[in-house]
Design a protein around this ligand. Sequence first.
Ligand code: SF4
Length: 279
Amino acid sequence: MMKAVCKTCPIHCELDEGQVGACHARVNREGHVTAENYGRITGFALDPVEKKPFARWHGGSFLLSVGSYGCNLHCPFCQNYDISQGGESAVPWREITPAELVEHALELRTRGNIGIAYTYNEPLVGWEFVRDCAQLAHEAGLLNAVVSNGAIDPGLFANLLPLIDAINIDLKAFNADFYRSCGMPGGLDTVKANIEAAVAYPTCHVEVTTLFVGGMSSAEDVLAAGTWLTELDRSIPYHISQYHPAYKWDAPPVPNSTLRAIIEDLQRKLDTVVGGNMF
Ligand code: SF4
């Protein structure tokens, strides 16, 4: 029985042979931790870039969006819990190779497609698939966009940055306790380090999203996050997204008027602040 430690994210799961990690996506096979969800697609759609969301990147274009299953955070309010909080037997999937995915993306160019978005679940718990697809996509003249929680090993993230043309990183909150509630004590420091690295990387466009969770998020905390983003670069687009009760969390959303007031405060700090899911 060869134990192995996964270094993909700060949880550092120690796995017995055949054991799957806390993310439901990675497994110890003969002493090496690999992505069991490699090439396993649960979602596949041509989405507007604005839906990812990107507010200041190739507006009016589309991205072939794909996701698998699994996530290394376990937020009690997860909005995509059906694919993120279960493993291979929890959700239907089909297999696709990187070459097939790129071929589909090229075929969709006639419908405004500019590349591939790795999204829906947490794509970087299966970073090998993102890497392999993104390399082929670049060779084919396509762009790569990632929608991530940003909670992966900073060294690994740095290796992926040359392949990522745009990233939207989910900043859950600006306090460590919130990340502890999502199953990753210390996660905030990792996410901040990766946002800083992406902002500093010259070919990567960066946007940031915070889901405003009723009963968990606070205006003060979101404003603190906005102040920190301003110090990095006030042109970083910041999305404040309304949540709906899901998974283990049933607190009502705050009124849209409350979110609008927070967005107006943030707009005094940052150039682009966008509300999402506000009906
Ligand atoms: S990526 Fe998955 S298996 Fe690896 S340390 Fe994180 S939760 Fe554990």
